[in-house]
Design a protein around this ligand. Structure first.
Ligand code: CO
Length: 473
């Protein structure tokens, strides 16, 4: 018997380069985009995985491209542009990887490594997330070079601000009082510190809110925030700062899994910056905090949790292109009780979930009921969009054979009463058609409202935000 013909419905295309920059006035739309939806879904993600003869090694390494889906009056336009900066310039002009990425290093000599220890040269490959800060739009990664860009043209417009450290996160939180943001940075050196900082909507100089000494910083992709506290969760995946500077290994390969340390949760007082409460629990790992809030004397912290940090090695491109499966994350709630120092962990959903989103404007720092995200299917990759009801642990899902949806971004309907009243926007790869589309779902029942076809595939990306501008096309 001969094998059946291969059908191109596996997700590998999502890890292949797509460097074409386009500007399309009207995508082909099927279904009906709600008339009230006006604004732009802005996303960043890897788009190029080879530079000259070199190959980038990890999903997180790919050279950044910005994407813009602008929706107005039921019509959808689309644009994409590689993120301009020194990382792209070295790749385009010299055909070389000039700066260290997450898991790819430019093979520097020991001399060069010692030199960069004192004057680090960071990559500006901001491929993880975008945010709106006042009237500015900023692309971000974990290296401390947030890049401002023009919302319409997607042209880069220089460094937005300088974080107070060498490592940061691409998941800042809104500071409701100022309309600015709060983010994390690690200041590395003989005496390293974890820091949190504030940046006002029109400011370019961060103000450090809190500084906490640490010998071996933990890998930090996001953090939690309640009305009174900043929530720092140290998973036992830690780095010796000297090895980071001198080992010659790519960035993430300097981190070590030390489960004997357990996971340490610190609540920092937002007013004083002081470490107010500390809790310890079993070793685990997470990229994404979902939300945190205070209720009945407890601080509740929801995260997408893995038993260990193996998921990072799951995401090397060679493995992904071979169709290897990835570790599933569990939606986990930590209940912290400052009065007696107790911590209880429980699983909130009967599905795995990653790239989580909530109704952020309404529920950030406050109780939420619903979490949307991506969950795995039979391929071992993310194949479904799920909506979890955290009150009863149930979920509903959207999926389509051979289609691989990205992060579902929630946009509330104008004047919405219910938490889940609005739409989800997700960029979906249709593997058989070898192209992607923007999917618009009803956020409450995951019913399909519309899709807008892009003429090519869009490599899998991480995060994006919806910038509302209903009056302007
Ligand atoms: Co992330």
């Amino acid at each position: 018997m001969s094998a059946p013909p291969a059908v191109a419905t596996s997700p590998e295309l999502g890890f292949s380069s797509q460097e074409r920059e386009v500007e399309l006035d009207a995508l082909e739309v099927t279904g009906e985009v709600p008339a009230w939806l006006g604004g732009s879904l802005l996303r960043t993600g890897p788009s190029r995985f080879e530079v000259g003869e070199q190959r980038l090694r990890h999903w997180f390494d790919g050279l950044a491209m910005l994407h813009r889906f602008t929706i107005h009056g039921g019509r959808v336009s689309y644009g994409c542009r590689s993120l301009e900066g020194r990382t792209l310039a070295a790749a385009r002009d010299q055909g070389r990887i000039a700066y260290g990425e997450f898991a790819t290093d430019p093979c520097r000599s020991l001399f060069k490594r010692v030199q960069t220890l004192f004057a680090p040269e960071f990559s500006d490959n901001a491929n993880v997330n975008v945010m709106r800060l006042g009237e500015r739009y900023v692309a971000m990664t974990e290296a401390p070079i947030p890049v401002q860009f023009d919302r319409r043209t997607l042209r880069a417009a220089g460094v937005a601000y300088k974080p107070p450290g060498e490592l940061t996160t691409a998941h800042p939180h809104l500071d409701r009082a100022s309309g600015g943001m709060i983010n994390y940075a690690a200041k590395l050196g003989p005496r390293s510190t974890y820091r949190f900082f504030h940046l006002g909507p029109d400011e370019s100089t961060p103000r450090v809110l809190s500084s906490m000494p640490v010998r071996e910083p933990a890998y930090m992709h996001s953090f939690g925030q309640t009305e009174r506290f900043l929530v720092l969760v140290e998973f036992p995946f830690v780095v010796n700062p000297l090895s980071l500077a001198l080992s010659g290994r790519p960035y993430i390969e300097n981190y070590r899994w030390r489960p004997e340390r357990g996971t340490i949760v610190t609540l920092l007082d937002r007013n004083t910056g002081a470490a107010a409460h500390r809790f310890q629990t079993d070793a685990c790992f997470s990229f994404h905090h979902v939300n945190a809030f205070e209720r009945d004397g407890e601080v509740l912290v929801d995260m997408c949790v893995y038993p260990d940090a193996k998921v990072i090695s799951d995401l090397y491109l060679d493995r992904l292109r071979d169709g290897a499966t990835i570790s599933p994350a569990a939606l986990t709630r930590y209940r912290l009780r400052p009065a007696d120092g107790s911590l209880r962990a429980s699983t909130l959903a009967d599905t795995d979930i990653e790239l989580p989103r909530i109704n952020y404007r309404r529920c950030h720092e406050r109780p939420h009921r619903y979490v949307w995200g991506n969950a795995q299917g039979g391929s071992g990759w993310l194949e479904r969009i799920v909506k979890v009801d955290t009150e009863d642990g149930t979920h509903i899902a959207w999926s389509q054979e051979g289609c691989y949806p990205g992060e579902p971004v929630f946009v509330a309907a104008p004047g919405a009463d219910r938490e889940d009243e609005g739409v989800l926007l997700s960029v979906v790869l249709d593997a058989a058609a070898e192209r992607s589309f923007l999917l618009v779902l009803d956020a409450s029942d995951l019913g399909e409202l519309a899709r807008a076809q892009v003429p090519h595939h869009i490599p899998f990306s991480f995060h994006g935000q919806f910038a509302s501008h209903p009056e302007e096309g």
